[in-house]
Design a protein around this ligand. Structure first.
Ligand code: NAG
Ligand code: NAG
Length: 679
């Protein structure tokens, strides 16, 4: 009995203790829950209160949130110091938490300035009675249409009519389909192009069923160089490309993947597969698979070799290997099974090719066998791959794309713009500045502008000495103009030149850059660059200062005795340019002139005596030459204002994609003026 009672008491104590433990654990859990939940709770309340505030436009999310949030003093600084070296990750963070609060609420409000418009005066009619040049006539019309559009934009009428149109459309916007399938005929009818409205995502795959044509005699000098008396080279090849169709209107789309099997006709005389990327006519380094398996020390892509082995015609090892195989068998040794597959593409034979997007790169399987993998390159992302094109000697039977992203919004500026106060431009300094940088841009280059803001423009954000502004004109698409206006008002770094944008009229933006540099900021030096130019501002300024201060200067990558192209896509007619050679001129992506030259350009323009030519860089060369007749100009040439891409220790680098810009900026911040080539 006693024993049993003691046992019971012990059991009771034990139960009590357990109860206490459970209670403690619950209390602890509650505490943890409370600590973790509260910040989120506040965040949530914050954003909901914002949602109720309908007066703020959606684009100004960052600003609206900031006004509500108590700013943390050192957040801006902390952010800048601790920004990770890989910028791409930044944009993945949730916006409300990365937005560093502006320490001053008024600063945000002050940003809501009205649209800044170029002060350039354009008189379309010629008071001088002389004949009007063709370009001036075009410019006159563009100025008139653009001016009207700008007034509608400023009055808000454009936005209103756009909203009405959207309402009528009832949100019948084409959604992102999960899969697309085209027969060979449909594919041909669409210009051998399959549009992928929302790009690709991880896991997307495209299957192509096609048959390579037999080789044909090739006489295109670009493909096969023919020597006299030689027989024409027999060529069979095709190109499968993923292109960034939405990126920029009116330009060759970037080739995010260029997959080029050559069955016959390659210079090596053997079948190869070449792969590459191309951004604004600049090719990266090709990956060539010639039948040898990639070396083991070469990095694999998702564990797969970049190039798989296939049988090469000159592989004459077969006899030897057969003998050794026999020997092995005789000795009862287990044989390592190795099969030599043939080259995957054969003239006149159907193949099934699958292109899949893996975590690290593209994988190509042909007839179920892995053939090659191509790692993603800096500057290109899956969602940008909005078109698949198949060209060359190939008969396409069907194309099927599946596992496509369904929720991704199609091309929209909001995807590119990061409405955060830290990227806003400070107001213009009251004092004259040393350097003004005019960045030639176009209405729809949202991603390019954002990349400039987040990269080299950061180096001048706190400077009183250097100012940079984008110059854009009116776009033919009104929704883009409305977006551009919002962007301009938020960031305060865009100057609208009031004409309808067109490729032949970019020269007007150059004149507007001169006007702004002279009249608005009284800059000593005026630089022009493009929105895909990366500028090392310190070095550019340093170079300009090497010329004595009182001299007129023209600095850049200067071309002497260049001749106009008289045929082809970029032909210049004799009406446009009657002379045999161009004057010495600095390449367009980055050059500097002194303010007296800029002043001369503006006043000649406004007097209508400035000769306009569609190539803006040649035009500047011409104007400087004219200026040089009365005042000597110091011409300073350096190849470091790189025109074709990037060289190490560059002053400016050209053709840099948004991601490459950020990559270069990180390198520069680490003290290295190095290129981020697409490798
Ligand atoms: C818009 O939607 C309403 C109701 O959903 C429908 O009755 C109307 O026909 C739609 N209009 C258009 C232009 O699609
Ligand atoms: C500039 O003017 C000087 C003096 O007239 C002349 O010698 C020189 O060749 C000119 N430079 C160019 C590039 O036209």
């Amino acid at each position: 009995m006693k024993k049993g009672g003691r046992g019971e008491a012990a059991a009771l104590r034990w139960t009590r203790r357990r109860f206490l433990w459970v209670l403690l654990a619950v209390a602890l859990l509650y505490l943890i829950f409370f600590c973790c939940e509260f910040p989120f709770l506040f965040g949530w309340v914050d954003s909901t209160s914002y949602t109720n505030d309908t007066s703020a436009s959606r684009g100004h999310l960052g600003g609206a949130l900031q006004r509500r949030r108590q700013p943390l003093d050192s957040e801006v600084e902390k952010y800048e110091k601790e920004a990770p070296v890989r910028p791409d990750k930044l944009s993945l963070r949730v916006t409300p938490f990365i937005v560093p609060a502006m320490s001053d609420h008024r600063a945000v409000r002050r940003r809501r300035i009205s649209l800044e418009v170029s002060g350039l005066i354009f008189r379309p009619a010629d008071d001088h009675g002389g004949p009007l040049s063709e370009l001036r006539k075009t410019a006159g019309a563009a100025w008139e249409v653009g001016g009207k559009l700008l007034r509608d934009l400023q009055s808000g009428q454009l936005a209103a009519s756009l909203a009405q149109a959207a309402e009528e459309k009832n949100g019948t916007e084409e959604a992102c389909p999960n899969s697309i399938s085209l027969s060979g005929t449909e594919f041909r009818e669409r210009g051998r192009l399959m549009v992928l409205p929302c790009g690709l995502a991880l896991g997307s795959h495209i299957t192509v069923i096609a048959k390579p044509y037999p080789a044909h005699a090739e006489d295109d000098p670009k493909i096969a160089l023919l020597r006299q008396g030689e027989q024409a080279v027999m060529v069979s090849q095709f190109m499968m490309e993923l292109q960034g169709l939405n990126t920029v209107d009116g330009e060759d789309p970037p080739r995010i993947l260029h997959f080029n099997p050559r069955l016959k006709g390659d210079w090596s005389g053997k079948p190869v597969i070449e792969q590459n990327t191309c951004y604004r006519m600049q090719w990266g380094t090709a990956l060539r698979c010639d039948g040898a398996k990639s070396r083991a020390d070469e990095e694999a892509v998702d564990g797969l070799a970049k190039c798989e082995k296939w049988m090469r015609n000159d592989d004459d090892l077969s006899k030897e290997s057969q003998t050794s195989r026999w020997l092995n068998r005789l000795m009862g040794r287990t044989e390592e099974l190795s099969v030599d597959w043939p080259y995957p593409f054969v003239e006149g034979r159907l193949f099934v090719l699958t292109l899949a997007a893996g975590p690290e790169g593209y994988h190509v399987h042909v007839d179920g066998r892995h053939v090659t993998s191509f790692p993603y390159r800096t500057g290109f992302v899956l969602e940008d791959a909005t078109g698949l094109s198949l060209k060359g000697d190939i008969d396409v039977r069907s194309v099927i794309a599946a596992s496509l992203p369904v929720s991704h919004p199609s091309f929209s500026p909001k995807r590119h713009l990061e409405m955060s106060a830290q990227w806003q431009a400070p107001p213009l300094p009251d004092e004259p500045v040393e350097l003004f940088i005019g960045i030639l841009s176009a209405g729809n280059h949202f991603a390019e502008r954002m990349a400039v803001r987040k990269s080299w423009m950061q180096s001048i954000r706190k400077s009183q000495n250097v100012v940079a502004r984008f110059f854009a004109a009116m776009h033919a698409r009104n929704d883009l103009n409305v977006e551009l206006k919002k962007e301009a008002e938020f960031f305060g770094d865009i100057v609208i030149v009031p004409f309808m944008d067109s490729y032949d009229l970019v020269v007007l933006k150059t004149v507007a850059i001169c006007e702004y540099g002279v009249n608005r900021v009284s800059a000593k030096y005026i630089m022009k660059c493009d929105d895909d130019t990366f500028v090392r501002v310190d070095s550019v300024l340093e170079e300009a200062k090497k010329v004595p201060g009182d001299r007129s200067l023209y600095v850049g990558n200067i071309n002497y005795y260049h001749r106009p192209l008289r045929n082809g896509k970029w032909a210049v007619t004799y009406e446009e340019w009657p002379e045999e050679v161009y004057p010495p001129y600095a390449n367009g992506p980055g050059y500097v002139v002194s303010s007296d030259i800029a002043q001369f350009i503006v006043s000649e323009f406004e007097k209508q005596t400035l000769r306009l030519f569609k190539m803006e860089d040649v035009s500047v060369g011409m104007w400087v030459e004219q200026f040089n007749r009365s005042t000597p100009v110091e011409y300073v040439h350096s190849h470091k204002y790189c025109q074709f891409g990037c060289v190490d220790n560059y002053f400016t680098a050209h053709y840099q994609s948004p991601r490459q810009m950020l990559c270069m900026w990180n390198k520069l911040r680490a003290g290295k003026a190095e290129c981020c080539n697409m490798r």
